[in-house]
Design a protein around this ligand. Structure first.
Ligand code: MG
Length: 250
């Protein structure tokens, strides 16, 4: 069932979104050569807990950290650890959620570690832009397929591929709610978008093939061909006037 939020609930979701966004911004500021992914995870946890919130991912289905940190060919769900030291040229996808006053915010961004190749930068740019293409399609009267097709059209025109095995989702009192929000689709198809719906739109875009595999750690999802992947996400609300981003830091 798709849960529609009241105006008051949307205000609460903005608070959760703001905490999530600020945690993500801090995480991004910490990305530099020589830093461990465990240190970035600590920064995220300390900030979220300092705000009186709870990291959404910590313990979620047993996930052992507060942030998912996915480097280079890791698409999503990378587990931070102290032995993983970031290097110049890495692209670092960080996914952060916070539960505050009963609602979750969920957002992700791919950060450059120092100078990255122009191919890596182009993938990041296209993935970020595709997120905003998807958000722009999240309007009352449109359908979920309009969001996915907007993302897909944008990135495939640039030679990239859309991960199929993982998708965006409704977000609210639960981290993952209905509907699923694929980053591919057919315009005019799928669940109708209504004011009060809150969605996490999160393109996961690969440089090479769309296929992915899960590593033996049970979490880390990597590209099947070992090429790069990028991931950008905002939680948004659908309002009569169009989409509103909930995961903004200010
Ligand atoms: Mg998400």
């Amino acid at each position: 069932m798709v849960v529609l939020k009241t105006t008051r609930e949307l205000a609460a979701m903005r608070d959760a979104g703001r905490i999530s966004a600020r945690a993500l911004r801090l995480a991004g500021e910490a990305v530099e050569p020589g830093v461990s992914t465990a240190e970035i995870d600590r920064i995220v946890r300390r900030y979220i807990e300092g705000e009186g919130a709870t990291p959404s991912f910590l313990g979620y289905s047993g996930f052992p950290a507060s942030a998912c940190i996915s480097v280079n060919e890791v698409v999503i769900h990378g587990i931070p650890h102290k032995g993983q030291i970031l290097r110049e040229g890495d692209i670092v996808s960080i996914d952060v959620g916070a539960l505050y006053e009963g609602f979750h915010g969920d957002n992700a961004w791919t950060f450059a570690c120092g100078d990255v190749s122009k191919e890596a930068q182009a993938l990041m740019d296209a993935t970020r832009e595709s997120l905003f293409e998807g958000i722009n399609a999240a309007r009352p009267g449109n359908r979920v397929g309009d969001i996915g097709s907007a993302v897909q059209r944008y990135v495939e025109a640039r030679g990239y591929s859309v991960v199929r095995d993982f998708v965006g989702h409704g977000v609210g009192a639960k981290l993952h709610e209905e509907p699923s929000v694929p980053n591919y689709g057919t315009p005019g198809r799928g669940v109708r978008l209504l004011p009060g719906m809150t969605l996490a739109i999160e393109p996961m875009i690969n440089q090479g093939v769309h296929q992915v595999e899960t590593l033996a750690d049970g979490w880390s999802v990597v590209t099947a061909d070992g090429k790069l992947s990028a991931h950008f996400e905002h939680s948004i609300a659908i309002t009569p006037d169009g989409p509103v981003i909930l995961t903004l830091p200010d």
